[in-house]
Design a protein around this ligand. Structure first.
Ligand SMILES: Nc1ncnc2c1ncn2[C@@H]1O[C@H](COP(=O)(O)OP(=O)(O)O)[C@@H](O)[C@H]1O
Ligand SMILES: N[C@@H](CCC(=O)OP(=O)(O)O)C(=O)O
Length: 368
């Protein structure tokens, strides 16, 4: 079985701060990607840079902030981006395909099936799929915004062996190194804890969007999908291959667990919660450490107009998100029984198919 890698390149590595594509960078990445393909590694590229590449040509002085302006800039920039990649790749005999995806595509099983089949076919035929968010049609609440999350979902979808998130810094530091030059580099992260989230800051430049925080989010999604992640910098010949082989300038995020079942990946990282439940300390313990289901007795409050079968977010009284699950009651009925012991619930309801508010098989913990 051939090794399969997803490489994500951020705007900061592809464009100049003033706007516009850095053609030398794209030529460099094209050579590095071609070298992986020559080594019989299957590669999918997730690339940002459409907005940054297009905004000057459309007449904006700086990276636009309004959604419709970003969408217009991306429409110009995406064509430029693909054209530049294709020209740079053809020199190495590599043919590229454009794939544009949105978050709502991941929420639709059929569309995901189609994307997955198309990607498989492209890889089988030796083509390099180049993926970006379909910025021009993405609406605000369904946007990835940065491509880090998109790259993690793609890595899980195609069951990649590794995800490499390339950026302008050589990985994670104890603080944003642009702000604190004495920050210490972290070579390996065994587990993504609250502490790791605490040290990751926002974007470093005016062209980048997600910063280190969104890379940690992505690393979490991929590692829960069973895909190890590298976040770092490559700009020397042969350095992408070295990074794949574990000798890169960056941070390696390990994965211990085997891949979560697809249903749980969907629940945790793709679904859109319709409501929020607040649970007490006993229920938190049962869900997080006990591997148990959520019973009505542990629910303190419910917000939102959810129906049976919808996804809800679960939090503790401090507002900390504990996870997500599929709820077995609609909001109205749950209001009548929350806090009640199971014996009492059984007296009041007669046609629910389960007593549990969230069954453990339909729950994913998101607590770090
Ligand atoms: N703890 C940290 N360690 C390293 N970089 C950090 C940290 N916190 C914030 N950053 C910033 O994240 C930036 C990379 O993210 P971003 O600008 O979004 O790049 P990209 O366009 O490649 O996605 C770095 O340039 C750095 O300034
Ligand atoms: N889809 C957008 C990605 C936005 C962006 O800047 O993302 P990133 O550089 O990965 O933080 C684009 O191509 O401009």
């Amino acid at each position: 079985m051939q090794r399969r890698i997803v490489v994500k390149i951020g705007s900061s590595s592809l464009t100049t701060p003033e706007g516009g594509l850095n053609r030398d960078s794209i030529a460099y990445f094209a050579a590095e990607l071609a070298a992986l393909k020559s080594a019989e590694i299957q590669v999918v590229l997730v690339t940002s840079g459409a907005v940054a590449a297009g905004f000057r040509e459309i007449g904006y002085q700086e990276r636009p902030k309004l959604l419709h302006e970003k969408q217009a800039a991306a429409a110009v920039g995406q064509a430029l981006l693909m054209q530049t990649y294709r020209e740079a790749l053809v020199v190495h005999g590599v043919s590229a395909a454009q794939v544009l995806l949105t978050r709502s595509d991941f929420q639709n099983r059929k569309r995901m099936g189609n994307a997955s089949m198309a990607l498989e076919e492209l890889l089988t035929r030796g083509i390099l799929p180049i993926i970006n968010e379909n910025d021009t049609v993405s609406v605000d609440e369904l946007k990835f915004g940065d491509n880090d999350t998109l790259s993690a979902l793609v890595a899980n979808l195609i069951k990649a062996d590794q995800l490499l998130i390339l950026t302008d810094t050589d990985g994670l530091y104890t603080r944003d190194p642009r702000i604190d030059p004495s920050a210490v580099h972290i070579g390996t992260v065994k587990e993504i804890t609250e502490e790791i989230y605490g040290i990751a800051g926002g974007a470093g430049t005016s062209v980048g969007t997600g910063g280190m925080r969104s890379k940690i989010d992505a690393a979490k999604i991929a590692s829960r999908g069973g895909v190890p992640v590298f976040v770092g910098k490559v700009n020397l010949p042969g350095e992408l291959r070295q990074s794949v082989d574990g000798h890169g300038r960056g941070t390696y995020f390990e994965t211990h667990s085997s891949a979560l079942p697809r249903k749980k990946q969907w629940l945790g990282f793709i679904s859109t919660p319709i409501g929020t439940l607040t649970v007490d300390a006993g229920a938190e313990e049962a869900l997080i450490h006990g591997g148990r289901s959520l019973l009505p007795v542990g629910v303190r409050g419910a917000k939102g107009h959810f129906q049976t079968g919808d996804v809800v977010e679960v939090q503790n009284p401090d507002g900390e998100v504990l996870g997500r699950g599929i709820v077995n009651y609609d909001a109205e009925l749950l209001q009548d029984i929350l806090g009640l012991p199971s014996s009492e619930v059984m007296k009041r309801v007669n046609d629910v198919h389960r007593l549990e508010v969230i069954h453990r098989d339909e729950w994913i913990s998101l607590k770090s």
